[in-house]
Design a binder for this molecule. Structure first.
Ligand SMILES: [Fe+2]
Ligand SMILES: [Fe+2]
Ligand SMILES: [Fe+2]
Ligand SMILES: [Fe+2]
Length: 442
C-alpha cells in the first residue's frame, strides 16, 4: 500500500500553533545520540529554513491572490518558523561548532550519496555525484581542525558510518559561476522524485552555507576562520549548482506544492527511520502538520491554476533522506571521479587532460589562493600535531590516499602551500615511524 499524502487527513492549520514550552524541545545528548538522528535534525532544520523563506518570497512576489489565501500562506510560514526552532534547538549547547560542522558534512555526504542512487534522471545523478566528492573533502578538512582545536576525533561524531579522507581537493572547488550552472529539468516531463530530491539537497546545502556564515567567526584561530570562509564559498556554489537544475518556468503555486510535498516526504522518512523515541514524536506531529499545509496549498493550486496537484507531485510518497552508511558507494565515485571538473554548457571534463589552458575557473582559483589556500594550510598544520593528517577509513582506502591526491590535484592554478603527494607520503611514513617508537616505553 502506498502512502498518498493528498488522501490523508493531516492536522488542520488552526490547530498547529504551539506554546514556547512545546516549541523549545529537550536537546539530545551529544555523547549518546545516533549520528543519523543528528543528521536528520540538521537536515530538517535546513528544510524548514527553506520552507519559511519560501512563504515570504511567495507573498512578496504574488499580486493576484485573495487576502484569505495570502493570510494562510503567512500562517503556514509562521508554523514553519516554529518547526525550525524545534528542529534546530534539538542541538545541545555543549556540542561545539566544529562538532556540529562534522555533522553538517556527514549530512551532505550520506544524503547526496543516497539521492544519487535513487535518482531516475541520469544528468541530475551525475550532478549529485559531482557535489558529493566536494563535501566529502570538506569533512576531511574540518576533521583536522576538530582534532587540533578540540581533541575531537571524527568518529566521535560520524561513528564509523562515513569515511574521512581526502576527496577532490577543496582548493579546486572554486569555479567560474557560468560553469556551475547546470541544465534545468523540464517541469512537464520530470518525475516528482527528481524535483523532491533536488529541493531536499538544495535546502541542506543552503543551510550549510548559512551555518558557516553565522558560526565560522566563533573561533580565534585565523586559519580555521579562513577555512570556514573558503568552504562557505563552496557551499554558495553548491546552492547555485543545485538550484540551477530547477525549471525556472515553474509557477509559484507549483513551487509551493513542491515545497510542502518535500517537507511531507522528508518527515515521512524521518518517522520511518528514527530510533530516538523522544525525537520521533516531533517527526510524527510535524508530518501531520505538513500534510495539513500540503492540502491547503493543493486547494489553492486547484483554485488558481485549475489543475490537478497530482500532475506536479504524483500520488505517492518519496523517500528523500534515508540516512545509512554509504562508504562503498562513495569510494566507488571517489576512485572514478576525483579528476572530474566543470565544463561549459552543463557538461563535465572527465579528466585533467581534457581541461583547456584557458579554462574559466583557473582565474577564480588563482585569485582565491593567490597568497595560500586555507584548506591546504590545515593539512600543513596538522603535521605538527599528529605527524600526518587525521584519516578514518578502511586500510584498503587509506592505502590509496596518496594516489587519490595525485589524481585529484590539478597541474595548473595550484596553491603554493599545497601538500603534494610526495609530502603526504613523507608525513605518513613519519607517522608510522613515530608509532613504532611509541610502542617502546623506554
Ligand atoms: Fe515545515
Ligand atoms: Fe560541504
Ligand atoms: Fe556542499
Ligand atoms: Fe510546510
Amino acid at each position: 500500500m502506498t502512502f498518498n499524502p493528498l488522501e490523508e487527513k493531516g492536522l488542520p492549520l488552526e490547530k498547529q500553533l504551539r506554546n514556547w514550552h512545546q516549541i523549545v524541545a529537550k536537546p539530545y545528548k551529544k555523547q549518546e545520540v545516533d549520528c543519523y538522528t543528528r543528521t536528520r535534525q540538521i537536515l530538517m532544520n535546513g528544510i524548514e529554513v527553506e520552507g519559511w523563506g519560501f512563504k515570504h518570497q511567495f507573498n512578496r512576489f504574488m499580486s493576484d491572490i485573495d487576502c484569505d489565501d495570502r493570510a494562510n500562506i503567512s500562517r503556514i510560514g509562521r508554523i514553519e518558523n516554529q518547526q525550525q526552532m524545534t528542529c534546530n534547538w534539538l542541538c545541545p549547547a555543549d556540542q561545539s561548532v566544529l562538532e556540529t560542522t562534522l555533522g553538517y558534512e556527514q549530512v551532505a555526504v550520506d544524503l547526496t550519496a543516497w539521492l544519487a542512487q535513487n535518482e531516475p534522471d541520469e544528468y541530475v545523478k551525475e550532478t549529485f555525484d559531482f557535489g558529493l566528492l566536494e563535501d566529502f573533502d570538506h569533512l576531511y578538512r574540518y576533521a583536522q581542525f576538530a582534532y587540533m582545536t578540540e581533541g575531537v576525533e571524527p568518529n566521535d561524531i560520524v561513528k564509523n558510518q562515513t569515511d574521512v579522507i581526502v576527496g577532490r581537493p577543496t582548493q579546486h572547488h572554486h569555479n567560474c559561476n557560468a560553469l556551475r550552472l547546470r541544465k534545468h529539468y523540464d517541469k512537464n516531463t520530470t518525475s516528482p522524485q527528481t524535483k523532491v530530491n533536488i529541493l531536499t539537497v538544495l535546502s541542506g546545502e543552503q543551510q550549510t552555507h548559512n551555518f558557516y556564515a553565522e558560526h565560522g567567526f566563533m573561533y580565534g584561530d585565523h586559519v580555521l576562520r579562513e577555512t570556514y570562509a573558503e568552504i562557505k564559498d563552496v557551499e554558495e556554489e553548491h546552492v547555485t549548482m543545485y538550484e540551477s537544475l530547477i525549471d525556472p518556468t515553474e509557477s509559484m503555486f507549483e513551487k509551493a506544492l513542491l515545497h510542502e510535498f518535500t517537507e511531507v516526504c522528508n518527515y515521512y522518512t524521518c518517522v520511518e527511520d528514527e530510533t530516538c523515541e523522544d525525537i520521533k514524536k516531533y517527526w510524527e506531529i510535524f508530518l501531520d502538520m505538513e500534510i495539513g499545509h500540503l492540502k491547503l496549498v493543493a486547494e489553492m493550486f486547484k483554485k488558481y491554476e485549475k489543475r490537478d496537484p497530482e500532475e506536479v507531485i504524483g500520488n505517492e510518497i518519496i523517500i528523500p533522506c534515508r540516512f545509512k552508511s554509504q562508504k562503498t558507494y562513495v569510494q566507488k565515485v571517489l576512485e572514478k571521479e576525483v579528476q572530474k571538473r566543470l565544463a561549459p554548457n552543463g557538461e563535465y571534463y572527465n579528466s585533467m587532460d581534457e581541461i583547456p589552458s584557458d579554462w574559466a575557473s583557473y582565474k577564480i582559483q588563482e585569485k582565491a589562493a593567490e597568497i595560500s589556500a586555507p584548506s591546504e594550510n590545515c593539512i600543513n598544520l596538522v603535521e605538527y600535531y599528529h605527524d600526518r593528517d587525521i584519516v578514518e577509513a578502511s586500510e584498503n582506502l587509506k592505502n590509496k590516499q596518496v594516489t587519490l591526491l595525485e589524481q585529484g590535484l590539478q597541474k595548473k592554478s595550484v596553491a603554493n602551500n599545497t601538500v603534494s603527494p610526495d609530502k603526504l607520503q613523507e608525513m605518513i611514513d613519519k607517522h608510522e615511524e613515530r608509532e613504532k617508537q611509541k610502542e617502546k616505553i623506554i
